[in-house]
Design a protein around this ligand. Sequence first.
Ligand SMILES: NC(=O)c1ccc[n+]([C@@H]2O[C@H](COP(=O)([O-])OP(=O)(O)OC[C@H]3O[C@@H](n4cnc5c(N)ncnc54)[C@H](OP(=O)(O)O)[C@@H]3O)[C@@H](O)[C@H]2O)c1
Length: 254
Amino acid sequence: MNRLSNKVAIVTGASSGIGRVTARLFAAEGAKVVVGARRQAELDSLVAEIRAAGGDAVAVAGDVRSEDYHKALVAAAVERYGKLDIAFNNAGTIGEAGPSTDVSETGFADTLAINLTASFLAAKHQIAEMARHGGGSVIFTSTFVGYSFSFPGVAAYAASKSGLIGLTQALAAEYGPQNIRVNAVLPGAVDTDMYREMNDTPDKQAFITNLHALKRVATPEELARSVLYLASDDASFVTGTALLVDGGISITRT
Ligand SMILES: NC(=O)c1ccc[n+]([C@@H]2O[C@H](COP(=O)([O-])OP(=O)(O)OC[C@H]3O[C@@H](n4cnc5c(N)ncnc54)[C@H](OP(=O)(O)O)[C@@H]3O)[C@@H](O)[C@H]2O)c1
């Protein structure tokens, strides 16, 4: 408890899945949280849950493809809570999947816009604010896909998410001197809406589950605890990393 006392955080992709659970955990650990996604009703119910549990949060709905949206999230943190210490840039999409010879230019570009360019735009405004108050922690949600392992039919997703690892390293090197840590978390399969939409039959779920050394997929809570580690002072000397939280999918061949 209280590992994030007196901290102010932004969490994107907070309307569901990993982001929603992480926002709740950040708040339970003492952070004041600005939660973002497009679905206002889901954000409002999350804020209500956090407040009912004694925490503090505010919702700012919008689309991460807009640079103005990232300015608005940072402005909400500063105007309401006075500063920004932590940013979990987690919103993401599978994007246009299927045989790569069929993927459209707009589908590929849009996948990069949501997963990669939006993360850069977010960090650009977050880091500028963090630097004014002595530092901070930025975390991106990447994936093992396209890093340690891949499947057919996910070229846009893999390209966008592995791009986040280069972005992580470049920003970590650039802003380390200002006490800003930048890391990526690389989940294995996590039981969320995205996972269930991608794996919509028992056979597909069994196939994915079996790829993991632990022979199960993660809960969103397991990811949230790893993100909490990177956000907190427990990770005070950790920057520029790609942290696999993947149940061993990267090292398994059975
Ligand atoms: N589940 C897995 O197995 C898995 C594995 C590796 C990595 N990941 C990554 O984990 C992250 C979270 O995904 P999840 O599994 O928790 O799935 P999810 O429940 O579908 O969450 C995706 C989140 O991203 C938000 N989002 C998507 N497009 C957006 C946009 N254009 N603007 C603003 N917000 C947007 C969604 O909110 P709205 O729809 O309300 O906008 C939602 O909150 C993603 O980056 C995903 O790639 C997931």
